[in-house]
Design a protein around this ligand. Structure first.
Ligand code: FES
Length: 238
């Protein structure tokens, strides 16, 4: 059978799809979560969507198999627009799509952001640190929206789904990268600055990009600031 060596672009440019699968399958095999991980992330393999023009758009709920099994609160709302009134408590989060791409919505607890204050910082893969921005632009009514593609090798990080016991961090099932939505920081990728949820550990080594939002009549609307925040993992948007 022919081997699929389609290039997977992004932080690990040059990694082929075959290599990607080897790496991710291997990582899952050694982890305690192997049995659930393998089935999940093979459906989350990198993809390409060239030339999409990002526009202001609502978020639509979605739910993967794991989320459905967990009976997440938004399972009955799949396909519907996300509205602020759905997020009745701090800590509620949901899988969503925005402009057709994966996204994560979370209502944060602002006290956790304030606790981070100016003391926290993040470090990117060039070793630069960046200050935390507790009251970041693009966060409204404590709702934070993030781009749902991991900067490490393109899997889909989740909030309280892949590892529900991880309560205060976004977690990526593939290689254990973690991001803190309570700390929106300025980070840097290939010389371009962007804002995102602070990297907290794992191999990604940079923030998960933010999707700035505004609230319009209770609807949560993603308003792109700079499309190049999302140009990695083969995504080509403008
Ligand atoms: S893809 Fe490797 S940690 Fe997310």
């Amino acid at each position: 059978m022919a081997q699929d060596n389609t290039p997977v672009m992004g932080p690990e440019e040059g990694l082929t799809r075959r290599m990607f699968l080897k790496v991710t399958v291997g990582a899952a095999a050694v982890g305690a979560l192997a049995s659930t991980a393998a089935a999940t992330f093979l459906s989350l393999a990198p993809y390409k969507k060239p030339g999409i023009k990002l526009k202001e758009a609502p978020f639509l709920y979605t739910a993967d198999d794991t989320a459905i099994k967990l009976k997440v609160w938004y399972a009955s709302k799949v396909g519907q627009e996300a509205v602020v009134s759905d997020f009745t408590e701090a800590g509620m989060g949901a899988q969503a799509t925005w402009n057709g791409f994966p996204a994560v919505l979370i209502r944060i607890d602002p006290r956790k952001s304030l606790n981070l204050g100016g003391a926290a910082s993040t470090v990117n893969d060039q070793g630069f640190t960046f200050p935390v921005v507790p009251n970041a632009p693009g966060v409204e009514q404590n709702i934070v929206a993030l781009w749902g593609t991991c900067p490490h090798a393109c899997c889909r990080p989740n909030w309280r789904v892949s590892r529900p016991e991880v309560q205060n961090l976004i977690w990526c099932i593939c290689h254990d990268s973690r991001y803190d939505p309570h700390a929106i920081v300025t980070d840097n990728y290939k010389g371009k600055r962007y804002r995102g949820a602070m990297w907290q550990g794992g191999p990604a080594k940079r923030a998960l990009p933010q999707i700035p939002i505004k609230i319009v009549d209770g609807r949560i609307i993603g308003a792109p600031e700079k499309p190049d925040w999302y140009v990695y993992c083969g995504v080509d948007v403008e």
